[in-house]
Design a protein around this ligand. Sequence first.
Ligand SMILES: Cc1cc2nc3c(=O)[nH]c(=O)nc-3n(C[C@H](O)[C@H](O)[C@H](O)COP(=O)(O)O)c2cc1C
Length: 157
Amino acid sequence: MTGKTLVAFATKGGATEEAALEIAEVLRKHKLEVDTVNLRKEKDTDISGYENLVVGSGVRIGRIYNEYHKFLENDFGKKKLALFIVCGEAGDPKDHDKVLEKHMKTTLGNHAHLKPVEFEVFGGRMKVLWKVVSDGRDPAKVRAWADKVSKKFGSKK
Ligand SMILES: Cc1cc2nc3c(=O)[nH]c(=O)nc-3n(C[C@H](O)[C@H](O)[C@H](O)COP(=O)(O)O)c2cc1C
């Protein structure tokens, strides 16, 4: 068993939380010990007890949520870090590479000290007045990515 893993997420509409909980479940199946935290509710998360971190955020009006950027200011030292973004644009597979590059560039442009072992973008779900107007979620893709992340985090399973 490797050290503990934290899956931290920033969500406004709930899609990033769903992806984060799905990722946490997959990592647990790989025998990793996993905690989750909602960064919009818990503002002072202590990462000292964690060896691996997954950090995810939604996007609105072209911006990744502030809590994601704030959390990434932490000193991760030798901890392994995997990042994901949930957004409307990533819901269309033909735009995947372009959207991945954009969000990766923004993240690493703001946090040059980071060396994530994985970075991915997933389609989100957009509601207007509580009504779903678009849904690009793909839980199978989220689970497949979490499998990949578990290997990077040292799971032998
Ligand atoms: C007001 C609003 C603005 C949005 N702006 C963008 C955007 O600029 N780019 C994008 O890719 N998706 C955009 N979206 C879609 C969100 O990224 C999508 O709803 C995603 O699921 C957000 O994550 P969350 O549900 O965890 O908050 C927007 C959604 C809303 C409701």
